[in-house]
Design a protein around this ligand. Structure first.
Ligand code: PLP
Length: 395
């Protein structure tokens, strides 16, 4: 049975066109681009074509793109580069809702003597610009704020924040891993100095990412060794995956509005229906400024893990903000930062869609989820009957 895959913020399927573009570079043209012979050396041009495509999706110049191994490497590199570029300053501003690729790395730097400000968010996961303004000071070397949140889909006001920071000449990095291909990004007008992206969130393979570094921004490499990427990221190029990322970006370019409409229609249909058919459910996040593919819902009085296991039996893949299912011991730091009540965090489920989801798949989920919720609530000591009356625990 083909799964109904609604976990696209975790990873996406490699697009068939991407797979096709990559294949010859795994089997036939497997040379090393640094080699003197044509067999390897000819791959240089292919890498540069891919760089053009990545830059094209971002409105960037090709020489502003550095290929990396993943979003995490791009995030870590951007932060390290900033602090090495301005060694006298030791204050970094970020938010409480970043992905661990930024959050844990900032905490690590905090243990090494850097001062880190984690900006709070409100109940909808929104930032308050005044909090940022108050946090800025003479010692601030970098502000790193995600473009969109992987759990709730919130899109942050990167343009507004960038304008504030540019005026003060403070470096600004944004983690745009969840954004690429879902909303338009134009770095010609967007005032950011560095931006991270990851291939496997936009139908390219896992193990390839990119970091945009605006021309004129001082840069210090993270991986030091060979001369690849003009000395900005050592290591033999992952040629096939670079070509895959280029193809994925080329496929996304010019299609964002159409795809975003398609995704938000499906997402809204799912969300509106589940809110109606499942009592005591709610949306987590900022419904006015969200990625088109993401719905994060909480179902009170049930455990996210239990919902996921039951969904799994029907071949439906989603994810949860509750502890075990998210692979950590802690419930979602994003939902906690938003002040979502614990009962709602434990019953939270993220559905994240892609271009490959169909209306029939969404209909299946709309049919099955209310049944699962009802069934689990009947089993739960905190469950309710159809009339909304609490069912007492019998044991
Ligand atoms: N940043 C965000 C917002 C993400 O969602 C992810 C992955 O889930 C990452 C960074 C890390 O990307 P990668 O898995 O390519 O290291």
């Amino acid at each position: 049975m083909k799964p109904v895959y609604l976990d696209n913020n975790a990873t996406t399927a490699v697009a068939p066109e991407v797979f096709e573009a990559m294949q010859p570079y795994l089997t036939e043209f497997y040379g090393n681009p640094s080699s003197m012979h044509t067999f390897g050396g000819q791959l240089h041009r292919k890498i540069e074509d891919a760089r053009d495509s990545v830059a094209g999706l971002l409105g960037a110049e090709p020489e502003e793109i550095i290929f990396t191994s993943c979003g995490t490497e791009s995030d870590n590199t951007a932060i390290l580069s900033a602090i090495e570029s301005v060694p006298g300053k030791r204050h970094i501003i970020t938010t409480r809702v970043e992905h661990p690729a930024v959050r844990s790395f900032c905490k690590h730097l905090g243990r090494k003597g850097y001062r880190i400000t984690f900006l709070p968010v409100n109940h909808q996961g929104q930032l308050n610009i005044d909090d940022l303004m108050k946090a800025l000071n003479e010692d601030t070397v970098l502000v790193t704020i995600m473009y969109a949140n992987n759990e709730i889909g919130n899109i942050y006001p990167i343009e507004e924040i960038g304008a504030i920071l540019r005026e003060r000449q403070i470096l600004f990095h944004t983690d745009a891993v969840q954004v690429m291909g879902k909303i338009p990004v134009d770095l010609k007008t967007l005032p950011v100095d560095m931006l991270s992206l990851s291939g496997h969130k936009l139908h390219a393979p896992k193990g390839i990412g990119a970091l945009y570094v605006r021309k004129g921004t001082r840069f210090h490499p993270y991986l030091i060794g060979g001369h690849q990427e003009k000395g900005r990221r050592a290591g033999t190029e992952n040629v096939a995956s670079i070509i895959g990322l280029g193809k994925a970006c080329a496929l996304a370019t010019g299609n964002i509005d159409k795809e975003s409409n398609y995704l938000s229609n499906l997402r809204d249909k799912l969300e509106v229906s589940l809110l109606k058919t499942c009592p005591d459910s709610r949306v987590n996040g900022d419904v006015a400024s969200r990625l088109p593919n993401t719905a994060n819902l909480s179902f009170e009085y049930v455990e996210g893990e239990a919902i996921l296991l039951r969904l799994n039996e029907y071949g439906i893949c989603a994810s949860s903000g509750s502890a075990c299912s998210s692979g950590s011991l802690e419930p979602s730091h994003v939902l906690r930062a938003m002040g979502v009540p614990f009962t709602a965090i434990h019953g939270s489920i993220r559905f994240s869609l892609s271009r490959y989801n169909t209306g029939e798949e969404i209909d299946k989920v709309i049919e099955i989820v209310p049944k699962i919720i009802k069934e689990l609530r009947l089993l739960s000591p905190f469950g309710r009957d159809d009339a909304g009356k609490k069912i007492a625990c019998t044991s």
